[in-house]
Design a protein around this ligand. Sequence first.
Ligand SMILES: [Zn+2]
Length: 287
Amino acid sequence: MSEEKNEKFEKDTAGTLNGPDGKSSKTPSKGSANKRIFGIFFTAILLLSGTLFSTQPVQSLLHVNDASNERTIDLEGFAWDITKNPVITVLIIPNPDLPGWRNDYVEDVKQAFKDWTICTAIFTAEHGYTYLNKIRFDIHVAEANDTANGNYNITVKWVARIDSRGAAGGTVVLSNPNGEITKVSITIPITVDKNGQIITLADDDVRNIMADEIGHSLGLGHSNYPEDADYGFYDIPSKVICHSSLDLIGLATVYEYLGQGWFQPPAKSTVSLQGTGITYHYMRNGM
Ligand SMILES: [Zn+2]
């Protein structure tokens, strides 16, 4: 591993069990149920195998449109069916046994969900796509270390550290053959290893990492723009990165079916702001 790579932290990787190609394709994947893993490195560590799948050219998966400098975001080809499941339930599972644990982390995660909701409201007030406000989270906090996840749609849990290469978050998204997301599991670490230095995540880091992971949990992939909240790499520490108009156009495309009233999964594709009349901007400054 190069020193250079260690300076950036993968929030996760854009790999998939069903095919490593994270690039654009116009047809949504049909057929068998899907398990999309954003954070393969991290999964290896969870299994305590000690093996890193580190040979995958992660960076190349993240840059979908190198020919132009256009800022883009990937859509994964699945969405929650809000017509059937009008509130997305979230269970946050604290883990106070972990060294360096702070109860504030729970608040950071809650705030990250609120950030999405608030930025969605700002975006729809400015630009329309008001069906996006139908996406609502119902957030619960479990008893410490409670692993009975029940029927929550999204769970969030912590581990001490994901791996020495510094993956900073992992999300597993399950979807059915109709392109409906059925379950999401998000994992975030307490510490990362930055060039051999163990750094404990600050509150802003947790919010930023969660911003990206929640994006995955809604059907978004990564942005190709390094300053975007949904970019696949993250500098630790950073101040809070606001969601951009690009992130919200991505979300608006994933949930376009809400405007017609019946479920239809988005195409697995890459979207930009081109043709929307909307410039790239952050939904607010200094959240
Ligand atoms: Zn990510």
